[in-house]
Design a protein around this ligand. Structure first.
Ligand code: NAD
Ligand code: UDP
Length: 332
Protein backbone atom coordinates (compact mmCIF):
# COMPACT_ATOMS: atom_id res chain seq x y z
CA UNK A 1 0.00 0.00 0.00
CA UNK A 2 1.23 3.46 -0.96
CA UNK A 3 1.06 6.13 1.76
CA UNK A 4 1.65 9.83 1.22
CA UNK A 5 3.31 11.32 4.31
CA UNK A 6 2.83 15.09 4.50
CA UNK A 7 5.47 16.73 6.69
CA UNK A 8 7.51 13.56 6.25
CA UNK A 9 10.86 15.30 6.72
CA UNK A 10 9.78 16.62 10.13
CA UNK A 11 10.53 15.03 13.48
CA UNK A 12 7.57 12.65 13.87
CA UNK A 13 6.97 12.28 10.12
CA UNK A 14 10.50 11.06 9.40
CA UNK A 15 10.34 8.48 12.19
CA UNK A 16 6.97 7.32 10.88
CA UNK A 17 8.31 6.98 7.32
CA UNK A 18 10.86 4.51 8.74
CA UNK A 19 8.17 2.56 10.60
CA UNK A 20 5.94 2.50 7.50
CA UNK A 21 8.71 1.33 5.19
CA UNK A 22 9.84 -1.34 7.65
CA UNK A 23 6.26 -2.60 7.85
CA UNK A 24 6.12 -2.99 4.07
CA UNK A 25 4.30 0.20 3.10
CA UNK A 26 5.54 2.32 0.22
CA UNK A 27 6.03 5.79 1.72
CA UNK A 28 6.10 8.99 -0.32
CA UNK A 29 7.15 12.23 1.33
CA UNK A 30 5.76 15.72 0.78
CA UNK A 31 7.25 18.66 2.69
CA UNK A 32 7.84 22.37 2.10
CA UNK A 33 10.99 22.36 4.31
CA UNK A 34 9.59 25.24 6.39
CA UNK A 35 10.70 23.42 9.55
CA UNK A 36 12.97 20.67 8.28
CA UNK A 37 16.14 20.10 6.29
CA UNK A 38 16.79 18.26 3.02
CA UNK A 39 19.53 16.27 4.78
CA UNK A 40 16.80 14.36 6.65
CA UNK A 41 15.83 12.67 3.37
CA UNK A 42 19.38 11.32 3.08
CA UNK A 43 19.22 10.13 6.70
CA UNK A 44 15.93 8.31 6.03
CA UNK A 45 17.30 6.71 2.87
CA UNK A 46 20.48 5.76 4.72
CA UNK A 47 18.53 3.99 7.47
CA UNK A 48 16.29 2.21 4.96
CA UNK A 49 19.06 1.63 2.41
CA UNK A 50 16.75 2.64 -0.42
CA UNK A 51 15.39 5.73 -2.13
CA UNK A 52 12.19 7.35 -0.94
CA UNK A 53 10.21 9.55 -3.35
CA UNK A 54 10.15 13.16 -2.18
CA UNK A 55 8.07 16.13 -3.36
CA UNK A 56 9.04 19.60 -2.20
CA UNK A 57 6.00 21.83 -2.05
CA UNK A 58 3.29 23.40 0.02
CA UNK A 59 -0.14 22.18 1.11
CA UNK A 60 -1.42 25.64 0.30
CA UNK A 61 -0.58 24.99 -3.36
CA UNK A 62 -3.52 22.92 -4.62
CA UNK A 63 -2.05 22.49 -8.11
CA UNK A 64 1.11 21.05 -6.62
CA UNK A 65 -0.96 18.60 -4.53
CA UNK A 66 -2.93 17.53 -7.62
CA UNK A 67 0.37 16.92 -9.41
CA UNK A 68 1.60 14.65 -6.60
CA UNK A 69 -1.68 12.68 -6.48
CA UNK A 70 -1.74 12.41 -10.27
CA UNK A 71 1.75 10.97 -10.34
CA UNK A 72 1.63 8.73 -7.27
CA UNK A 73 -2.03 7.74 -6.73
CA UNK A 74 -1.55 7.01 -3.02
CA UNK A 75 -3.93 4.67 -1.18
CA UNK A 76 -3.87 6.80 1.94
CA UNK A 77 -2.34 9.79 3.67
CA UNK A 78 -0.65 10.30 7.02
CA UNK A 79 -0.92 14.03 7.56
CA UNK A 80 1.78 15.56 9.77
CA UNK A 81 2.45 18.81 7.90
CA UNK A 82 1.66 21.77 10.10
CA UNK A 83 3.12 24.55 12.18
CA UNK A 84 3.43 23.69 15.86
CA UNK A 85 4.94 26.51 17.93
CA UNK A 86 2.36 27.56 20.51
CA UNK A 87 4.00 30.93 21.27
CA UNK A 88 4.31 31.85 17.60
CA UNK A 89 0.67 30.91 17.05
CA UNK A 90 -0.40 33.46 19.67
CA UNK A 91 1.53 36.19 17.82
CA UNK A 92 0.56 35.03 14.31
CA UNK A 93 -2.83 33.27 14.53
CA UNK A 94 -3.73 33.84 10.87
CA UNK A 95 -0.52 32.16 9.75
CA UNK A 96 -1.48 29.11 11.82
CA UNK A 97 -5.08 28.97 10.64
CA UNK A 98 -3.99 29.37 7.03
CA UNK A 99 -1.23 26.78 7.13
CA UNK A 100 -2.87 24.20 9.40
CA UNK A 101 -6.55 24.59 8.52
CA UNK A 102 -6.56 25.88 4.92
CA UNK A 103 -3.61 23.56 4.11
CA UNK A 104 -5.57 20.56 5.42
CA UNK A 105 -8.68 21.64 3.51
CA UNK A 106 -6.69 21.67 0.28
CA UNK A 107 -5.34 18.24 1.04
CA UNK A 108 -8.81 16.84 1.78
CA UNK A 109 -10.26 18.38 -1.40
CA UNK A 110 -7.56 16.80 -3.52
CA UNK A 111 -7.96 13.48 -1.68
CA UNK A 112 -11.68 13.49 -2.47
CA UNK A 113 -11.04 14.43 -6.10
CA UNK A 114 -8.72 11.43 -6.42
CA UNK A 115 -11.01 9.21 -4.31
CA UNK A 116 -8.42 8.70 -1.60
CA UNK A 117 -10.48 8.44 1.57
CA UNK A 118 -8.03 7.08 4.12
CA UNK A 119 -6.27 9.61 6.37
CA UNK A 120 -4.51 9.67 9.71
CA UNK A 121 -4.24 13.15 11.24
CA UNK A 122 -1.73 14.46 13.80
CA UNK A 123 -3.74 16.10 16.52
CA UNK A 124 -2.55 16.99 19.98
CA UNK A 125 -3.36 16.71 23.66
CA UNK A 126 -3.56 20.52 23.59
CA UNK A 127 -7.12 20.19 22.22
CA UNK A 128 -8.34 19.08 25.67
CA UNK A 129 -9.91 21.64 27.97
CA UNK A 130 -7.28 22.08 30.71
CA UNK A 131 -10.08 22.01 33.32
CA UNK A 132 -10.47 18.27 32.68
CA UNK A 133 -9.04 16.13 35.47
CA UNK A 134 -6.27 13.86 34.12
CA UNK A 135 -6.03 11.22 32.76
CA UNK A 136 -7.58 12.64 29.59
CA UNK A 137 -10.08 10.40 27.83
CA UNK A 138 -11.02 10.96 24.19
CA UNK A 139 -14.62 11.87 25.05
CA UNK A 140 -13.71 14.68 27.48
CA UNK A 141 -14.68 18.25 26.58
CA UNK A 142 -12.29 20.04 24.27
CA UNK A 143 -11.14 23.61 24.82
CA UNK A 144 -7.81 24.63 23.38
CA UNK A 145 -6.23 27.73 24.90
CA UNK A 146 -4.17 29.03 21.95
CA UNK A 147 -4.43 29.38 18.15
CA UNK A 148 -2.24 26.32 17.53
CA UNK A 149 -4.63 24.19 19.60
CA UNK A 150 -7.59 25.87 17.90
CA UNK A 151 -6.19 24.88 14.49
CA UNK A 152 -6.06 21.21 15.57
CA UNK A 153 -9.56 21.45 17.04
CA UNK A 154 -10.90 23.01 13.81
CA UNK A 155 -9.38 20.28 11.65
CA UNK A 156 -10.80 17.64 14.00
CA UNK A 157 -14.24 19.25 13.46
CA UNK A 158 -13.81 19.21 9.68
CA UNK A 159 -12.79 15.54 9.75
CA UNK A 160 -15.71 14.63 12.02
CA UNK A 161 -18.19 16.25 9.63
CA UNK A 162 -16.55 14.60 6.61
CA UNK A 163 -16.95 11.21 8.24
CA UNK A 164 -20.72 11.89 8.37
CA UNK A 165 -21.03 12.32 4.59
CA UNK A 166 -21.79 9.56 2.09
CA UNK A 167 -18.17 9.32 0.97
CA UNK A 168 -16.33 6.31 2.36
CA UNK A 169 -13.91 8.26 4.56
CA UNK A 170 -11.82 6.23 6.99
CA UNK A 171 -10.26 8.74 9.37
CA UNK A 172 -7.93 8.35 12.33
CA UNK A 173 -7.31 11.31 14.62
CA UNK A 174 -4.32 10.75 16.87
CA UNK A 175 -3.89 13.05 19.86
CA UNK A 176 -0.21 12.97 20.73
CA UNK A 177 0.99 13.69 24.23
CA UNK A 178 4.69 14.71 24.57
CA UNK A 179 6.97 13.01 22.01
CA UNK A 180 10.64 12.64 22.98
CA UNK A 181 13.73 10.79 21.78
CA UNK A 182 15.04 10.01 18.32
CA UNK A 183 15.60 7.08 16.00
CA UNK A 184 17.93 4.46 17.53
CA UNK A 185 20.53 5.23 14.84
CA UNK A 186 21.08 8.61 16.48
CA UNK A 187 19.36 10.31 13.51
CA UNK A 188 15.86 11.81 13.08
CA UNK A 189 15.58 13.73 16.32
CA UNK A 190 13.93 17.01 17.21
CA UNK A 191 15.97 19.99 16.06
CA UNK A 192 14.12 23.24 16.66
CA UNK A 193 15.55 26.43 15.21
CA UNK A 194 16.74 29.05 17.71
CA UNK A 195 16.18 28.71 21.43
CA UNK A 196 13.96 25.69 22.10
CA UNK A 197 10.57 26.09 23.73
CA UNK A 198 10.12 22.45 24.65
CA UNK A 199 11.70 20.71 27.57
CA UNK A 200 13.92 18.01 26.03
CA UNK A 201 15.57 20.08 23.26
CA UNK A 202 16.29 22.70 25.94
CA UNK A 203 17.84 20.06 28.23
CA UNK A 204 20.05 18.63 25.47
CA UNK A 205 21.36 22.09 24.61
CA UNK A 206 22.17 22.72 28.26
CA UNK A 207 23.96 19.37 28.33
CA UNK A 208 25.94 20.43 25.28
CA UNK A 209 26.92 23.72 26.94
CA UNK A 210 25.09 25.85 24.37
CA UNK A 211 22.65 27.09 27.00
CA UNK A 212 23.76 27.75 30.58
CA UNK A 213 20.90 26.30 32.61
CA UNK A 214 17.35 25.02 32.34
CA UNK A 215 14.60 27.23 33.63
CA UNK A 216 12.01 25.04 35.33
CA UNK A 217 8.69 26.76 34.91
CA UNK A 218 6.91 26.40 38.25
CA UNK A 219 7.94 24.65 41.46
CA UNK A 220 4.67 25.11 43.32
CA UNK A 221 2.27 22.90 41.38
CA UNK A 222 0.24 20.36 43.31
CA UNK A 223 2.45 17.49 42.10
CA UNK A 224 4.92 15.10 43.79
CA UNK A 225 7.81 17.60 43.62
CA UNK A 226 6.01 20.84 42.65
CA UNK A 227 7.05 20.75 38.97
CA UNK A 228 4.74 20.12 35.98
CA UNK A 229 3.83 16.57 35.01
CA UNK A 230 3.53 15.36 31.40
CA UNK A 231 3.05 12.10 29.51
CA UNK A 232 6.29 11.65 27.53
CA UNK A 233 6.20 9.09 24.71
CA UNK A 234 9.14 7.87 22.61
CA UNK A 235 8.86 8.97 18.97
CA UNK A 236 9.38 5.36 17.83
CA UNK A 237 6.36 4.27 19.90
CA UNK A 238 4.41 7.15 18.41
CA UNK A 239 5.45 6.12 14.90
CA UNK A 240 4.25 2.58 15.61
CA UNK A 241 0.91 3.99 16.71
CA UNK A 242 0.41 5.31 13.17
CA UNK A 243 0.89 1.84 11.72
CA UNK A 244 -1.74 0.48 14.06
CA UNK A 245 -4.12 3.31 13.18
CA UNK A 246 -3.64 2.61 9.46
CA UNK A 247 -4.39 -1.07 10.03
CA UNK A 248 -7.58 -0.11 11.87
CA UNK A 249 -8.61 2.18 8.99
CA UNK A 250 -8.27 -0.65 6.52
CA UNK A 251 -11.09 -2.41 8.39
CA UNK A 252 -13.64 0.08 7.10
CA UNK A 253 -15.07 3.57 7.01
CA UNK A 254 -15.71 5.96 9.88
CA UNK A 255 -13.85 8.06 12.38
CA UNK A 256 -11.64 6.96 15.26
CA UNK A 257 -10.03 9.31 17.79
CA UNK A 258 -7.18 7.97 19.92
CA UNK A 259 -4.76 9.29 22.50
CA UNK A 260 -1.15 8.29 21.94
CA UNK A 261 0.72 8.47 25.22
CA UNK A 262 2.12 6.08 27.80
CA UNK A 263 -0.59 6.79 30.37
CA UNK A 264 2.12 7.76 32.88
CA UNK A 265 3.13 11.20 34.00
CA UNK A 266 6.67 12.33 34.79
CA UNK A 267 7.60 15.62 36.44
CA UNK A 268 10.14 18.05 34.98
CA UNK A 269 12.53 17.17 37.82
CA UNK A 270 12.13 13.45 37.11
CA UNK A 271 13.03 14.07 33.46
CA UNK A 272 16.08 16.14 34.47
CA UNK A 273 17.28 13.53 37.01
CA UNK A 274 16.72 10.64 34.58
CA UNK A 275 18.61 12.48 31.83
CA UNK A 276 21.52 13.18 34.22
CA UNK A 277 21.64 9.59 35.44
CA UNK A 278 21.49 7.73 32.13
CA UNK A 279 23.80 10.11 30.28
CA UNK A 280 26.20 10.95 33.12
CA UNK A 281 25.93 14.72 32.52
CA UNK A 282 24.88 17.56 34.81
CA UNK A 283 21.90 19.74 33.94
CA UNK A 284 22.08 22.95 35.97
CA UNK A 285 18.62 24.40 36.54
CA UNK A 286 16.86 27.29 38.23
CA UNK A 287 13.26 27.60 39.26
CA UNK A 288 11.21 30.22 37.46
CA UNK A 289 7.60 31.28 37.70
CA UNK A 290 4.97 29.18 35.97
CA UNK A 291 4.75 29.51 32.19
CA UNK A 292 1.46 31.15 31.22
CA UNK A 293 -1.01 28.64 29.83
CA UNK A 294 0.67 25.58 31.38
CA UNK A 295 -1.39 23.03 33.27
CA UNK A 296 -0.04 21.22 36.32
CA UNK A 297 -0.62 17.68 35.13
CA UNK A 298 -1.40 16.16 31.73
CA UNK A 299 -1.40 12.49 30.90
CA UNK A 300 -3.39 10.19 28.68
CA UNK A 301 -5.95 7.54 29.33
CA UNK A 302 -4.57 4.98 26.90
CA UNK A 303 -7.28 2.34 27.20
CA UNK A 304 -9.10 3.25 23.96
CA UNK A 305 -5.95 3.01 21.81
CA UNK A 306 -5.08 -0.26 23.56
CA UNK A 307 -8.50 -1.78 22.98
CA UNK A 308 -9.27 -0.50 19.47
CA UNK A 309 -5.78 -0.38 17.95
CA UNK A 310 -3.85 -2.81 20.14
CA UNK A 311 -1.40 0.02 20.83
CA UNK A 312 0.68 0.20 23.96
CA UNK A 313 3.77 2.38 24.32
CA UNK A 314 6.68 0.38 25.68
CA UNK A 315 9.84 2.51 25.53
CA UNK A 316 11.04 3.92 28.85
CA UNK A 317 11.88 7.49 29.85
CA UNK A 318 15.49 6.28 30.27
CA UNK A 319 15.66 5.34 26.57
CA UNK A 320 13.96 8.60 25.55
CA UNK A 321 16.66 10.54 27.43
CA UNK A 322 19.49 8.42 26.03
CA UNK A 323 18.25 8.70 22.44
CA UNK A 324 17.65 12.46 22.70
CA UNK A 325 21.22 13.00 23.95
CA UNK A 326 22.76 10.70 21.32
CA UNK A 327 20.96 12.68 18.64
CA UNK A 328 22.04 16.06 20.01
CA UNK A 329 25.69 14.97 20.39
CA UNK A 330 26.03 13.62 16.89
CA UNK A 331 23.77 15.92 14.89
CA UNK A 332 25.42 17.76 12.03
P1 NAD B 1 7.87 19.25 12.52
O1 NAD B 1 7.81 20.74 12.42
O2 NAD B 1 9.19 18.63 12.81
O3 NAD B 1 7.27 18.58 11.19
C1 NAD B 1 6.26 19.19 10.43
C2 NAD B 1 6.73 19.19 8.99
O4 NAD B 1 5.71 19.73 8.17
C3 NAD B 1 7.99 20.03 8.77
O5 NAD B 1 8.95 19.25 8.08
C4 NAD B 1 7.51 21.21 7.90
O6 NAD B 1 8.50 21.64 7.01
C5 NAD B 1 6.29 20.61 7.21
N1 NAD B 1 5.24 21.57 6.85
C6 NAD B 1 4.66 22.51 7.65
N2 NAD B 1 3.73 23.19 6.95
C7 NAD B 1 3.71 22.68 5.68
C8 NAD B 1 2.97 22.96 4.52
N3 NAD B 1 2.06 23.95 4.49
N4 NAD B 1 3.21 22.24 3.41
C9 NAD B 1 4.13 21.25 3.41
N5 NAD B 1 4.88 20.94 4.48
C10 NAD B 1 4.66 21.64 5.61
O7 NAD B 1 6.80 18.83 13.63
P2 NAD B 1 6.57 17.41 14.34
O8 NAD B 1 6.99 17.54 15.76
O9 NAD B 1 7.12 16.32 13.52
O10 NAD B 1 4.99 17.37 14.34
C11 NAD B 1 4.26 16.75 13.29
C12 NAD B 1 2.78 16.98 13.52
O11 NAD B 1 2.42 16.50 14.81
C13 NAD B 1 2.39 18.47 13.49
O12 NAD B 1 1.14 18.58 12.85
C14 NAD B 1 2.26 18.82 14.95
O13 NAD B 1 1.36 19.86 15.16
C15 NAD B 1 1.76 17.51 15.54
N6 NAD B 1 2.10 17.36 16.97
C16 NAD B 1 3.39 17.48 17.38
C17 NAD B 1 3.71 17.38 18.74
C18 NAD B 1 5.14 17.55 19.22
O14 NAD B 1 5.33 17.78 20.43
N7 NAD B 1 6.16 17.41 18.38
C19 NAD B 1 2.70 17.13 19.67
C20 NAD B 1 1.39 16.99 19.22
C21 NAD B 1 1.10 17.11 17.87
N1 UDP C 1 9.34 23.18 30.81
C1 UDP C 1 10.27 23.78 31.64
N2 UDP C 1 11.30 24.49 31.08
C2 UDP C 1 11.44 24.62 29.72
C3 UDP C 1 10.49 23.99 28.88
C4 UDP C 1 9.45 23.29 29.46
O1 UDP C 1 10.18 23.69 32.88
O2 UDP C 1 12.39 25.28 29.28
C5 UDP C 1 8.24 22.39 31.41
C6 UDP C 1 6.85 22.90 31.07
O3 UDP C 1 6.45 23.89 32.00
C7 UDP C 1 6.02 21.60 31.16
C8 UDP C 1 7.00 20.53 30.69
O4 UDP C 1 8.30 21.08 30.86
O5 UDP C 1 5.68 21.32 32.51
C9 UDP C 1 6.80 20.13 29.22
O6 UDP C 1 6.81 21.31 28.42
P1 UDP C 1 6.90 21.26 26.84
O7 UDP C 1 6.97 22.69 26.38
O8 UDP C 1 8.02 20.36 26.44
O9 UDP C 1 5.56 20.56 26.39
P2 UDP C 1 4.02 20.97 26.63
O10 UDP C 1 3.48 19.96 27.57
O11 UDP C 1 3.97 22.36 27.16
O12 UDP C 1 3.43 20.84 25.26
Amino acid sequence: MKILVTGGLGYIGANTVIALAEAGYEAIILDNLSNSRMAVLGDIEGILDREVPFYKGDLLDEKFLEGVFNKEHPDGVVHFAGLKAVGESVALPLKYFENNVAGTLNLLKVMKAFEVYRVVFSSSATVYDPQNPPPFTEDMPLGPTNPYGDSKWMVEGILRRLSETHDPWAIGILRYFNPLGAHESGLLGEDPRGIPNNLMPYITRVAKGELKFLRIFGSDYDTMDGTGVRDYIHVADLARGHLMALTALSRGRGLGIYNLGTGRGHSVLEVVRTFERVNAVKIPYEYHSRRPGDVAVSFADTSKAAKALGFKASISLETMCRDAWRYEKTKK
